[in-house]
Design a binder for this molecule. Structure first.
Ligand SMILES: [Zn+2]
Length: 370
């Protein structure tokens, strides 16, 4: 907030001159012209702020310039990427292996103004093994969060053959070599993130479709063909988003050490991977980065071929969550633009663990009533 205020004041004082950048934003009321270097740089990394406003000096196109610690944000192995499914290389990587996939774990909800995170409480015994190219390592389940966009059909961060989904869930796993995500994200192989595309249920089924939003990859000719997918209805995830994201509005922002603020909410229910993962564990994988500052290139991305589906109520509740300035998240979206796999950007090598046209690698489904 302080930096943005400073931006506005300095912009008025400085006026126009050569080499300046013009920013036009509805949020700023008027057109401001200001020196990027002088206004938006924050030398203290701990105080640096970022946002998803495309026309802001703290927006995604400028993250690498905001503070020296975020220089990676303009590097060559950045995420998200557009996955060209027919160009992905088949490798016999095998299936992901989970321990305690049915075990429901306790979570807390934390919102720092970008996207709310369900953090898994300590002592999780939910373990992921056989991460591509990291098969000797174990990863523990730590975090669930979701991305969405300004428009319903373009909310995922990744794309398959140029097609986006309304939302994208990220399941973050931490290498057990490390004691915290904060530590793990600094090291190559420190994190493995499973990305799942999310469709939205229709409120009332009027036609044979059953979903809305998003544009699926072209069928039949595409290795990203999702016609073969039996789409999972993620009822519990929908319920938790509906119930707890709505509560964020009612909670005051709490100042913590430094200038940043967050909302923390205790969650009385628990959740398991079984509640979120697609039935089919076919995936695309590549080496990439965090999709938010500091953009460390330490993530093994595992993008599931098949989507899941959440309720329209959950989608609405998510879009209404306020950011730290009070704007609903849907105003600017919570998704970083594509960094690779499109014309004019660095290339990305993507692999897959399934053969095109196969019905995939179906997982066991947990046997429970709830
Ligand atoms: Zn994410």
């Amino acid at each position: 907030m302080a930096i943005r205020t400073l931006c506005l004041i300095a912009a008025v004082i400085l006026g126009c001159s050569t080499g300046q950048v013009v920013y036009r934003s509805k949020g700023f009321k008027d057109n401001f012209v200001f020196e990027f270097d002088e206004i938006c740089k924050e030398m203290d990394c701990n105080n640096a702020q970022y946002n998803y406003h495309r026309n802001s000096c703290q927006g995604p196109h400028h993250w690498s310039q905001v503070t020296p610690c975020w220089s990676k944000c303009s590097s060559f192995h950045q995420s998200p990427v557009n996955i060209l499914t027919n160009s992905a290389l088949y490798r016999p990587l095998g299936n992901l292996q989970f321990s305690n996939v049915c075990e429901r774990v306790g979570i807390n909800l934390t919102h720092k103004g970008h996207t709310p995170h369900f953090y898994v409480r300590e002592n999780s015994s939910v373990i992921l093994r056989n991460v591509p190219h990291k098969s000797e390592h174990c990863y523990v389940f730590r975090d669930i969060h979701v991305h969405l966009g300004r428009t319903e059909g373009r909310g995922s961060e990744h794309a398959f053959d140029g097609a986006f989904s309304p939302m994208e869930v990220h399941l973050v796993f931490m290498n057990t070599k490390y004691s915290s995500i904060r530590e793990a994200k600094r090291y190559l192989g420190g994190l493995a993130v499973i990305g799942v595309m999310v469709e939205i249920e229709k409120k009332k089924r009027k036609s044979n479709s059953g979903t809305r939003g998003g544009r699926r990859p072209k069928r039949s000719i595409s290795c990203g063909n999702t016609d073969v997918c039996r789409v999972k209805r993620a009822r519990r995830l929908s319920f938790l988003i509906e119930k707890y994201y709505k509560k964020i509005e009612l909670e005051p922002w709490r100042t913590r050490i430094g200038k940043k603020e967050k909302v923390k909410i205790d969650v009385s229910e628990d959740i398991s991977l079984d509640d979120i993962l697609p039935y089919d564990l076919s995936y695309f994988t590549y080496h990439g980065s965090l999709t938010a500052p500091p953009c460390y290139e330490t993530v093994q991305w595992i993008m599931m071929r098949c989507p899941i589906r959440v309720s329209g109520e959950a989608f609405e509740a998510f879009g209404n969550v306020p950011d730290s300035e009070g704007y609903p998240l849907r105003k600017y979206g919570i998704r970083r633009p594509l960094q690779r796999g499109i014309v004019g950007h660095p290339k990305v090598t993507v692999e897959r663990n399934f053969r095109c046209g196969s019905t995939g690698n179906m997982r066991n489904v947990c046997n429970r009533r709830g």
